[in-house]
Design a protein around this ligand. Structure first.
Ligand code: AMP
Length: 307
């Protein structure tokens, strides 16, 4: 039951009301595979970096059980770079720079040993590459989860719509759901997006939690009320990694189990925002993860007797 994670492995420069970083390690696949590694031990990574990317980080990924044989390292080229600045509410941000660099010519080669994976996480990436990955899988994975962002809606909507039509679960944030559907109501947006192909849609609402839709049901999970949100970068990818990592561990892709997956994903995302970049999710213990999940359970559990 292996899990294949595809997405960016990158450098980020982040500015929040709490501080500013120079180039630090980021990337959708970095966050997603790290988060998944706390639930599932067979994780394979497909991505691309330049030779400016630190070997030490690759070793750290390996020490989390992430196989990096599918991580291409391009000589004399630069890694993907993204820079963003958060507004005071920490729920919205402006992208200051997106430098595709190695991503521009990326040909996602799936090593033979990665074939026949049961779970595929298509992290945020050029939609044309996400499509190529799906087309190159010799057998269709049991579950394909895809994440994307407004950048690709602005620059590659045609490819994006095709990619969306091929996946089982799409994860996007509320603003992106509105942009993709043209609907303000998130319930109407969900109906419109589900008609584009995916069986499930997860709408992430930052500190306001996440919604899971299929054509008949809806589930809501809150985010943990945290005293300080230090840096939300990667929270969405971390959420998705925790979600699919949990599903891969339990091998159950029912709506009921996805509800649990959302709680595990939300718990991982709550760690992510506590420090800059991947700092927090690279150092977690199993105990911390278990305690955090319990906090979620306590947060939402209540007894009601209807009279
Ligand atoms: P999130 O905060 O979950 O949206 O993810 C932020 C991460 O996504 C950062 O670490 C970036 O390196 C990466 N990222 C930003 N823009 C893009 C993009 N257009 N395509 C792929 N990855 C991106």
């Amino acid at each position: 039951m292996s899990l294949l994670v595809v997405g960016t492995v990158a450098f980020d420069a982040i500015e929040t009301p709490f501080g500013k970083t120079d180039k630090i390690i980021g990337g959708a696949a970095t966050y997603a595979s790290l988060a998944a590694s706390y639930f599932h031990k067979k994780i394979n990574l497909v991505s691309v970096v330049g030779d400016d990317f630190p070997q030490e980080t690759i070793r750290q990924l390996n020490s989390h059980g992430i196989n990096t044989d599918g991580l291409q390292i391009k000589k004399n080229e630069k890694s993907f770079f993204w820079s963003g600045k958060y507004h005071n509410d920490m729920n919205s941000r402006d992208t200051l720079a997106t430098e595709l660099n190695v991503l521009m010519t990326f040909d996602p080669i799936i090593p033979e040993a990665y074939q026949n994976c049961s779970f595929l996480m298509l992290g945020n990436l050029m939609p044309a590459i996400q499509i190529k990955v799906m087309e190159r899988m010799k057998t269709r994975p049991k579950l394909i989860v895809m994440d994307t962002m407004n950048f690709w809606m602005d620059t590659a909507m045609g490819d994006l719509r095709k990619a969306i039509s091929m996946v089982d679960v799409l994860t996007i944030n509320d603003a992106e759901a509105r942009q993709l559907s043209g609907e303000y109501s998130l319930v109407k947006a969900a109906q419109t997006i589900l008609e584009m192909g995916p069986k499930y849609l997860i709408i992430k609402k930052g500190e306001h939690g996440a919604l899971l839709f299929n054509s008949e049901q809806v589930f809501f999970a809150p985010a943990l009320p945290l005293e300080d949100v230090f840096d939300p970068t990667g929270a969405g990818d971390t959420f998705a990694g925790g979600f699919i990592g949990f599903l891969a561990r339990t091998k159950d892709v029912s709506f009921e189990n996805m509800k649990r997956g959302i709680i595990f994903g939300s718990a991982m995302a709550s760690f992510c925002v506590e420090k800059f970049g991947t700092e927090r999710i690279i150092e977690l213990s199993q105990e911390e993860v278990d305690e955090r999940v319990q906090e979620f359970v306590d947060l939402v559990q209540f007894d009601i007797t209807l009279v």
